[in-house]
Design a protein around this ligand. Structure first.
Ligand code: OXD
Ligand code: MN
Length: 599
């Protein structure tokens, strides 16, 4: 659509100004229609960005291969440019906003030459939601347009809902202007990592992203707007923008329990969000797999809403066994990025649970054979799929007011010390547990096994302000409402190992057993023992029927390792020191009380 679809003067003015700066050949206002999408997909097939997959196997699906330098979020090139450095906190890279804008203006000058500037109006959250945010992303990447159409509510109806209202300006360029006559490459980007910039100005608010076309760097509604910028707005406006899945667990009696859960990356959030519980009669339906916006309802309870409309999931490891519902979700209308292409025009990745093809084209476009020593799919290869296609999507997933939470879960990959499940003693204690979230790295990831990386609330890369102030914001909810109405908080750990490096807990669909105990605690019917670290299930309170777990494994999963916990207390204390005296007093009190209970 060449013509602007709006009379919003501020928007028209800004688009004009940015076009002057970036110098695109033309401007396209996205209407979000089916026709527009197929036109863009055809265009990308023609220029080599997309490969159309075999329509008999994956109708409406495409494969994209990125430049090898552009395969993941770039945290070290991500900036929060608040006016004051201390407001960004030690958890963020900070730069002076005026200086950064100068740098960015220089970079964006002429950056879209030879390309089309797409204007993407998008809404995070249902248009009727009281906390939805409208963003306008200007981008020179049609790949970004096609992904944003899956991940957000996008197009004409958003501009209609916006009217003359306020929007969040999001400027994006792949940073690869074309000279007259220069032929394009399938994945244009700025290959030099030091020249990529993912920048947030929380006080504007605005987002400027330069040099990358991949995932969270380029789909600006997701991590940039719905987490970093939204977390700042949420603090000001009295709600929470969280890195959480939302699921509904329905009991055999038909009672529904809505649960939100925060886990650091690579801890199985998408798997849990749509899992199939093995326990007969229990059912999980999915409301979201990555982000939850949570606010107080009129009844004093916390309500969670997923601001996205799609899943941007990691492909490797996704299989019929680990996540059958994801496999069913991605069988049509899905964009795959950096997975392998099979000779029959389908996709393949490591641990897909189906035999490797005899040959394939790998994520870098090269011939690949099993055993050749290279991975066929990049470890961070992705699928972008509409949430509505998930076979267990919850009927209320688009409710503008969200769903009332019964429980909030925190977790991480913790081979030792942390029990299978632990119930917080109070909201304050629960916030303390969230602040101590973290995951142990594997040998493959960091060259050193057993390194614990603290990732409070799984928000370390996504909190748009000082994390200590974020802790205080979480604590404040106990004053904003009757604490008895707040969800109960749990810390779970599916990743416990024995001394001999054996998994103690089967995970996946069996995690429903832990969720069942949590729901029974919410009802006040399940047994627990009070321990120095929190309330743990008695071994007979967990429904382990048919599992045949050795009694000593259950014992280990549900016991308190006192010396391990004392070390944990010291480690948390060290971690808090990063935030100096900004750490809220109640968390220091929780730490001291825990130490005392352990001694
Ligand atoms: C994601 C992440 O991509 O958390 O969702 O890294
Ligand atoms: Mn995530």
């Amino acid at each position: 659509m060449a013509q602007p679809l709006t009379h919003n003067q501020r928007l028209l003015h800004w688009v004009n100004e940015m076009a002057q700066l970036c110098q695109p050949t033309q401007i396209h206002w996205c209407d979000g229609s089916e026709a527009e999408n197929s036109h863009l997909c055809n265009l990308m097939v023609q220029n080599g960005t997309f490969t159309r997959l075999n329509p008999d196997k994956r109708p409406g699906c495409f494969l994209a291969r990125s430049h090898p330098s552009d395969v993941a979020r770039v945290e070290d090139r991500t900036f929060i440019c608040s006016a004051r450095r201390e407001d960004a906190g030690p958890n963020n890279n900070w730069a002076d906003p005026a200086e950064m804008k100068n740098t960015l203006r220089r970079l964006f000058q002429g950056s879209m030459a030879g390309r089309t500037m797409y204007v993407i109006p998008f809404s995070m959250g249902p248009l009727e939601s009281p906390i939805r945010k409208v963003g306008i992303e200007l981008t020179d990447s049609p790949y970004v347009v096609a992904n944003m159409r899956i991940m957000t509510r996008m197009g004409r109806e958003v501009l209609q809902a916006l009217g003359d209202g306020d929007f969040i300006p999001c400027l994006h360029s792949v940073g690869a202007p074309l000279k007259p006559g220069q032929t394009d490459v399938p994945w244009p980007c700025e290959p030099d990592p030091a020249k990529k910039y993912i920048v947030h100005f929380p006080e504007d608010p605005s987002i400027w992203s330069y040099g990358s076309g991949y995932g969270g760097n380029a789909l600006l509604g997701k991590k940039c707007l719905a987490l970093r910028i939204a977390s700042v707005a949420a603090r000001r406006e009295g709600w929470l923008a969280e890195h959480m899945l939302i699921l509904c667990l329905t009991s055999p009696q038909g009672k529904k329990y809505y649960i939100a859960a925060a886990f650091p990356s690579a801890c199985g959030k998408t798997n849990l969000a749509m899992m199939r519980p093995t326990l007969p009669g229990w059912k999980v339906t999915c409301l979201g797999d990555d982000i939850a916006w949570i606010r107080l309802g009129q009844d004093g309870r916390l309500y969670a809403m997923n601001p996205e409309t799609g899943f941007f999931g990691v492909a490797p490891g996704t299989s019929q066994n680990s996540n059958p519902n994801a496999i069913a979700t991605i069988n049509r209308n899905t964009i795959f990025t950096n997975v392998a292409l099979t000779p029959d025009g389908d996709v393949w990745w490591e641990d897909m649970g189906v035999p490797a093809p005899a040959s394939a084209i790998d994520w870098q476009g090269q011939e690949w054979k099993p055993g050749c020593g290279r991975k066929a799919a990049h470890p961070n290869s992705r699928f972008t799929a509409p949430a509505a296609q998930c076979p267990v999507i919850d009927p209320d997933w688009q409710r503008p007011e969200g769903v009332p939470l019964s429980a909030i879960l925190f977790g991480g990959r913790r081979p030792s010390t942390i029990p299978l499940v632990n119930e917080a003693l109070s909201w304050e204690h629960g916030v303390f547990l969230g602040s101590a979230c973290g995951s142990e790295t594997t040998a493959a990831a960091l060259g050193k096994a057993g390194v614990l990386r603290r990732d409070p609330f799984a928000m370390l890369p996504f909190c748009g302000y000082n994390m200590a102030d974020y802790f205080a914001h979480w604590l404040s909810f106990a004053q904003k409402t009757d604490p008895a109405k707040l969800p109960k908080i749990y810390f779970v750990n599916w990743f416990r190992k024995s001394d001999t490096d054996r998994w103690l807990w089967p995970g996946y669909g069996e995690n429903g057993r832990v969720l069942k105990w949590i729901c029974e605690r919410v009802e006040g019917t399940a047994k627990a023992v009070s321990t120095p670290i929190g309330n743990l299930p008695t071994p007979d309170a967990l429904d382990l029927s048919g599992l045949n777990l050795p009694a000593e494994d259950v014992q280990e999963l549900l016991s308190v390792d006192k010396s391990g916990w004392l070390a944990e207390v010291n480690n948390i204390e060290e971690y808090y020191k990063n935030y100096g005296d900004r750490i809220p007093e109640p968390l220091l009190r929780q730490l001291a009380q825990l130490r005392q209970r352990l001694q």
